[in-house]
Design a binder for this molecule. Structure first.
Ligand code: GNR
Ligand code: NI
Length: 170
């Protein structure tokens, strides 16, 4: 088991497009374990491989209160989304301290492979639907702040660069 370092915005590697997983093997299963451990430790409700600098289509999600409902999504696809939208105040482990409203589809149907390489589908609404769409964006190299105005994005980049400089001072 290992905690993986999480890339922090602005970092160009967060904009890498992830490749599909060719084979769900022990390497992928170890990545899933490490990503789940990293997500629970953070703590967060989801984590995309992109955020740990692995550019393959792997996501873990657990929106349960108890942290006992892990979803493993390998090569996930949204196969249906509602026309109805919903605004939710989002945050991201790669953009610490920033929370803002983003509109996404209220409901989605997802198809993915599990850690055994078996295809499965599930319907999501509420926070799970938000999280699925947020994580699939990461796999496409997209961070939620890209939905905000350019002015907000500039301010966030400036603030996080400053925080990083302060943190690097001895
Ligand atoms: O932990 C997280 N919380 C969250 C809250 C609202 C909308 C999306 C999220 S995902 C985030 C973890 C994360 O950054 N996943 O990529
Ligand atoms: Ni995120």
């Amino acid at each position: 088991m290992a905690l993986l370092p999480i890339l922090q915005y602005p970092d160009a590697r967060l904009h890498t497009v992830a490749k599909p997983v060719a084979q769900v093997d022990d390497r992928i299963r170890q990545l899933v374990k490490d990503m789940a451990e990293t997500m629970y430790d953070a703590p967060g409700v989801g984590l995309a491989a992109t955020q740990v600098d692995v550019h393959e289509r792997v996501v873990v999600i657990d929106v349960s209160e108890e942290g006992n409902d892990l979803h493993v999504l390998i090569n996930p696809e949204i196969i249906w989304h509602s026309d109805e939208g919903r605004v939710y105040e989002e945050g991201c482990l790669s953009v610490p301290g920033v929370y803002d409203k983003v509109e996404r589809s209220a409901q989605v149907r997802v198809r993915a492979l599990n850690e055994k390489g078996e295809s499965y589908e599930f319907d999501a609404d509420g926070l799970l639907a938000v999280c699925v769409q947020h994580e699939l964006d990461h796999l496409l190299g997209k961070v939620f702040v890209e939905y905000l105005s350019n002015l907000k994005q500039d301010r966030i980049r400036t603030r996080l660069r400053k925080q990083k400089r302060e943190a690097e001072k001895v």
